[in-house]
Design a protein around this ligand. Structure first.
Ligand SMILES: C[S@@+](CC[C@H](N)C(=O)[O-])C[C@H]1O[C@@H](n2cnc3c(N)ncnc32)[C@H](O)[C@@H]1O
Length: 298
């Protein structure tokens, strides 16, 4: 895949925008494959790979409602522009008071447009819910957030998806990974990006060793080809579950850098891993840039 990566309208922690090309290059798929993504999050991976047939799922109902609303035309790019322009003006004049008005309204009505508004004006673009399943991320303190150029950027992201839907058979489902993997048939390829183990974030997004093992067993017994994103090691820690749970898989690594704060000295390296139940060497040879990838069979 050498095309520009399109960023979807919903942002989420752990979004794989920077890994789409590597995932695409190592995915063993063709035009008959049904793409199954049990942990879709923002959807950036599958949307860019753009399979004809796909099941996108997640346990976060707001993500699924949002994409279903675009798919069935309840939300259009024009409606998004109108909404963000109107609500953005209220945010600019009332500041944090208005952010919390929308947050309360969303926690009552679950309107997908309010979800988009909060996702783009909350602190650090995070998605986090408390144990009563209420969105609880504080305000990002940017009253001018919805300036014209930013609204246009979001509108274009929605418009890009609007164009994809009529050509593809994409289904969005709010369900846990076990149910989604059960739907994998002979032509399926399952790409999994579960919450990174050991990094509990919120109530739609917790993860533990039992779930990691359940996921492994569900994938193995599905008989489908699968790929899993996980972390390999950081400066401080190694992901011990790769050896404990996924030792029957092939592994590809990619080093990538992230910043903690603004200083160059805070640039930390994190090694990401892709694990799969097939030898990716041939697929990468065909699709990708070999020099960027090291295949480790262990
Ligand atoms: C790391 S994020 C996925 C990010 C996505 N690949 C992207 O690039 O935007 C993990 C997702 O898994 C979802 N999730 C957490 N537990 C789940 C479960 N048991 N079944 C299905 N989805 C789950 C979360 O709501 C979250 O959206």
């Amino acid at each position: 895949m050498k095309n520009k990566v399109h960023v979807p309208p919903i942002k989420i922690q752990g979004i794989k925008t920077k890994l789409v090309e590597q995932i695409s290059d190592a995915a063993d798929i063709d035009e008959n494959t049904t793409w199954i993504e049990p942990f879709m999050g923002s959807g950036v991976v599958g949307f860019n790979i753009a399979p004809c047939n796909a099941i996108f799922a997640d346990t976060n109902p707001h993500v699924i409602n949002f994409y279903n609303a675009i798919k069935d035309g309840t939300i259009t790019s024009m409606a998004v522009r109108e909404f963000l322009e109107t609500e953005g003006k209220k945010l600019a004049s009332l500041d944090d008071e208005y952010y919390y008005t929308v947050r309360d309204r969303f926690n009552k009505d679950h309107n997908p447009l309010d979800f988009l508004f909060l996702n783009r004006s909350c602190f650090n673009g995070m998605i986090r819910f408390n144990k009563s399943y209420n969105f609880n991320v504080p305000y990002g303190h940017k009253p001018e957030r919805f300036a014209k150029a930013y609204v246009t950027k979001i509108v274009n992201q929605v418009a890009w998806l609007e164009k994809q839907f009529p050509h593809n058979n994409w289904i969005f489902k709010c369900q846990s990974f076990g149910e989604t993997i059960n739907e994998a048939n002979g032509d399926a390829f399952v790409y999994c990006d579960p919450p990174y183990i050991g990094r509990h974030v919120d109530y739609y997004d917790s993860w533990n060793e039992e779930q990691e093992r359940e996921l492994h067993d569900a994938l193995v017994s599905s008989n489908a080809k699968f790929m899993l994103s996980t972390w390999d090691e950081s400066k401080y820690r190694k992901n011990e579950y790769i050896d404990l749970v996924w030792s029957d898989c092939y592994k590809i690594n990619k080093e990538h850098f992230y910043f903690v704060g603004a200083k160059e000295s805070n640039r930390n390296s994190m090694k990401e891993a892709l694990l799969m139940n097939y030898d990716p060497a041939e697929i990468i040879e065909k699709n990708g840039d070999k020099e960027q990838q090291t295949v480790i069979n262990f």
